[in-house]
Design a protein. Structure first.
Length: 711
């Protein structure tokens, strides 16, 4: 990643509305490859339109005059590893050393427009045009080498950025020499083919992440690492609960602290100081009176509330006749599953550093959506879009929670009002208070099986979890899935949380499958095999079972095994585990997890495995301990003393991952699929170990004991 320590002199205006020549001047000498977006419907014409550049092209890469290769992407790096996998894709098609690729990510001046980094979309949707741009760049450079060396193109080959004559390797020229001192934009009429998997030398190779050293040594720059001359730290006066209205305020106690500056715009009040601790002390001295709304529900009554206000029904999957299914079933099973609100809890809280320079608002912010943030700031400050520049910076974890970035708007407002550089870092209290939580949910399932262990009915009502990962990939002749929503459901904001709603839906479906398997007197693995013809599900199931040794393992003495099947972001995942349940305390320890993923072509196997393991570790949190306590808009969880994210003691001792070898199939998402199966897998294993059927997330020791007492 480009060094961000030299942070003032590089400020430039976004290239909105400029012509191609002016835009190229900003990039400097080298070859910039323009790719026709019309060839990639997944990106859409709005990309070029949004940037107001020529409608038929977008600059994804540039070969600089020193031989370096710059990859420009509106995607951001927040720990998922695309800083490496995208470089691999580019290096493969361009035939350069992957370590020569310099990623420029999320800079609204230099990078093509992108809607945001979420949904495990980067590899699936940005990858193909990036590879096409690299292949085109290679073809153009070979064409230039042919002219320079006076050698036919078909006699030229490329290795590590050196173009040479296959008959005489002494006849060669480097990319650096070809681009030296030039400023070229080229595009080919006939698009070169992409490499076949059999030709890969970089894609598919396990690689250490290119940002590893920076992050391990602390050299990596985040929003809070930015330091500007004359910069002040900001703290904002916050309401005590959501929905509170300010009645009166007295800022004079804060103003008595030396060096404090007060910035006010209506009810928006911020304190500035040269030291962040002093700014926080000062804001806490402000005397404010609030009109606090009466709470209508809390973390205990929320589920009944959902059933009352859930009036908008939308059927997303339907087949057959459910009445016929009910009549044909030997046994009907009705279950209600519940899930709690869950916070994103990133280690880096929402942070932004902002400065007004030469009539341009320049911001370094922790965000998953740089261009979306640019628009929000421009609207809030009533500034032209081209006068807001979001700079490249690492983001310290997002999980969907940094798709919204109010802290960037706040920092920009304060910087504009004060006329000074400002840094705003949300406290942990603020992070929990203003988080856009994963929604709590209720899922009601009615299902039926026949005498042969076949599922013939599945009817699911999903309250406030949405329909993600709720697909029916089992062969069920009579089924329906209904998504239910309504107004006034929440007392605070909700939003995307790593595969939004998916783990809730998979928890309900896969636990219900397990319940039916036991009712049919069948092994859960065999039951699933009997009830699906989906080839991707079957091959992933078999791969997981073989690695796990499912056929050779049995439950005994508080030890159990469980499994779950999920689909998300184009990827099928099967997860199996062993657990140990202490029936005296209700504590559950996951001993081993095996994961098999059908995700098509794997760009960086090491990165994919890390993503799987990250999903498992994060999933332990929602499965066992993460839960929001509240009373209406009053958030009762303010720090990690009451909100338990995954601890080292919770992580399984043994994690094993099988990535199916499918190089001829398109790459699919890897950042989210494995998290969707964790809760269901563990819940099924708990039942296998001790007979406690868990229908509520998180599965705390208290809830395990409660189910054990039910017998």
């Amino acid at each position: 990643m480009k060094d961000t320590t030299d942070i003032v002199k590089e400020v430039t205006l976004p290239p909105t509305g400029i012509n191609r020549r002016d835009f190229m001047k900003r990039l400097g000498a080298g070859i910039t490859i323009a790719v026709a977006l019309s060839d990639f419907k997944s990106l859409g014409a709005t990309v070029a339109q949004r940037r107001e550049l020529p409608s038929d092209w977008n600059a994804f890469l540039r070969v600089a005059e020193d031989g370096s290769v710059f990859c420009y992407t509106g995607k951001i790096e927040m720990g998922q590893g695309i800083i490496t996998s995208l470089a691999q894709m580019l290096a493969e098609e361009l035939d350069v050393d992957v370590y020569k690729v310099k990623m420029v990510m999320g800079d609204t001046v230099l990078c093509p427009y992108d809607a945001g980094t979420w949904g495990s979309l980067t590899t699936r949707f940005f990858g193909p045009p990036l590879r096409a741009a690299a292949a085109e760049a290679r073809a153009i450079l070979v064409e230039m080498a042919s002219e320079r060396l006076d050698v036919p193109v078909d006699r030229l080959r490329v290795e590590d950025g050196i173009v040479f004559d296959v008959r005489d390797r002494n006849k060669n020229v480097s990319y650096a020499v070809l681009t030296e001192g030039k400023q070229i934009v080229r595009s080919l009429k006939e698009k070169p083919p992409l490499k076949k998997p059999s030709e890969f030398t970089v894609i598919g190779e396990p690689m250490l992440r290119s940002d590893s050293r920076l992050k391990v040594t602390g050299e990596a720059k985040y929003s809070a690492d930015i330091r500007l001359p004359g910069m002040l730290y900001a703290a904002i006066l916050r309401p005590p609960v959501h929905g509170a209205k300010m009645v009166s305020v007295d800022t004079s106690p804060a103003e008595q602290i030396p060096g404090v500056e007060i910035v006010r715009d209506g009810d928006f009040i911020a304190v500035l100081h040269a030291f962040p601790e002093t700014a926080m002390t000062a804001v806490n001295r402000i005397e404010a009176e609030w009109d606090i709304p009466e709470a209508q529900f809390d973390d205990k009554t929320i589920f009944d509330h959902f059933l009352k206000v859930g009036t908008d029904r939308r059927v997303i999957h339907e087949k057959g006749d459910r009445e016929q299914g009910r009549a044909s079933a030997r046994q009907i099973i009705i279950t209600e599953f519940r899930d709690s609100y869950v916070a994103h809890a990133p280690i880096e809280t929402h942070t932004a550093t902002a400065v007004m320079q030469d009539e341009t608002m320049v911001i370094w912010g922790s965000t998953q959506t740089p261009f979306g943030s640019q628009g929000q700031v421009a609207r809030a400050l009533n500034m032209p879009l081209e006068k807001v520049h979001i700079k490249e910076i690492f983001t310290g974890g997002g999980f969907g929670g940094k798709a919204t970035t109010p802290q960037m708007v706040e920092a920009a407002r304060i910087a504009k009002l004060s006329g000074k550089p400002v840094q705003l870092t949300w406290s942990r209290d603020e992070e929990f208070f203003y988080d856009t939580y994963h929604s709590a949910a209720v899922i009601k399932v009615e299902s039926g099986i026949d005498d042969n262990g076949k599922i013939i009915l599945y009817d699911s009502d999903i309250y406030f979890a949405g329909g993600r990962a709720a697909e029916i990939f089992y062969e069920i002749p009579h089924h329906r899935v209904t998504v239910i929503s309504g107004r006034d459901a929440h007392a605070f904001a909700t939003g995307p949380w790593r595969a939004p709603g998916a783990h809730t839906n998979v928890f309900a479906r896969e636990c219900q499958i397990d319940i039916m398997a036991h009712a049919a007197g069948m092994d859960p693995y065999e039951f699933r095999l009997r009830n699906t013809n989906n080839p991707r599900v079957l091959r992933t199931l078999k791969a997981a079972a073989e690695k796990f040794g499912w056929a050779n393992r049995r439950s005994s003495g508080g030890h159990g095994r469980g499994m779950a099947v999920g689909f998300d972001s184009g990827t099928y995942v099967v997860m199996m585990c062993e657990v140990e349940v202490d029936e005296r305390t209700g504590r559950v320890q996951v001993l081993r997890v095996v994961t098999a993923q059908d995700m098509g072509l794997v760009i960086n196997p090491q990165g994919a495995i890390i993503q799987v393991e990250g999903c498992i570790n994060m999933g332990m949190g929602y499965a066992f301990s993460e839960e929001l306590y509240f009373n209406g808009g009053d958030i009762r969880v303010k720090n990690f003393d009451r909100y338990d994210i995954t601890k080292f003691s919770m992580i399984p001792a043994k994690l094993e991952t099988v990535l199916l070898d499918l190089p001829d199939e398109p790459p699919q998402g890897g950042g989210e699929p494995a998290i969707v199966t964790v809760g269901a897998m563990i819940g099924n294993a708990i039942f296998d170990a001790c007979g406690a059927r868990m229908l509520r997330l998180p599965m705390t020791p208290e809830r395990v004991l409660e189910e054990l007492q039910k017998g």
